[in-house]
Write a protein that binds this ligand. Structure first.
Ligand SMILES: [Cu+2]
Length: 185
């Protein structure tokens, strides 16, 4: 009877330790991931466009986390012409521009949370030869609202829970082994 219990417990321990091992492999893989980086923008840095576009687009190499995103569209005097919240769809971050934003030189000041959880920021500039005459586009249905708990945090929580369970089980096993060793001696 005792042997059967040990066999079942051993199986359970092996399963949990395998899960914990898999979780441990995932942790350094996530930590080693680099910051996302800005690949391109529309308008492009240092470019001149005929008219102020209805929205500024930033393309990253990964999908930033939709939390605390800021894209300011500053004119030469530093006034912000951004209109409404930042939208993130896949690796594309966009910011609507106020209708009627005038011609002139603009500096886009952006800050997003990289998919590895680190805030990243930068600036780029362009010159608009005319005002924004387009109506601001409506939010795409697929746009991610800039709020809520990112899924990655949930994954990290699950990994942590598995590790805690595995550590508890490992502690029980070690204690039982020590007890058995004492019994045998
Ligand atoms: Cu990073």
């Amino acid at each position: 009877m005792k042997t059967e219990n040990n066999g079942l417990r051993g199986l359970l321990v092996r399963v949990l330790l395998t899960l914990a091992g898999a979780a441990l492999l995932m942790v350094p893989a996530a930590a080693a991931q680099a910051h996302d980086s800005l690949e391109s923008s529309n308008p492009a840095n240092d470019s001149t466009v005929s008219a102020m576009p209805a929205k500024i687009e930033l393309t990253f190499d990964h999908t930033p986390i939709a939390i605390n995103s800021i894209v300011r569209v500053e004119d030469a005097a530093g006034a912000d012409h951004a209109d409404g919240p930042v939208e993130i769809v896949d690796n594309q971050v966009s910011q609507a521009v106020k209708p009627g934003a005038p011609e002139g030189k603009y500096t886009v000041v952006w800050r997003v949370v990289s998919s590895d959880g680190h805030p990243i920021e930068g600036t780029f500039s362009f010159t608009a030869g005319g005002p924004n005459t387009e109506a601001a586009p409506t939010a795409a249905a697929a746009a991610t609202a800039d709020s809520g708990l990112p899924g990655q945090l949930v994954v990290v929580g699950v990994i942590a829970a598995v590790l805690v369970i595995a550590l508890v089980v490992a502690g029980i096993v070690i204690r039982n082994r020590l007890r058995n060793a004492e019994d045998e001696s």
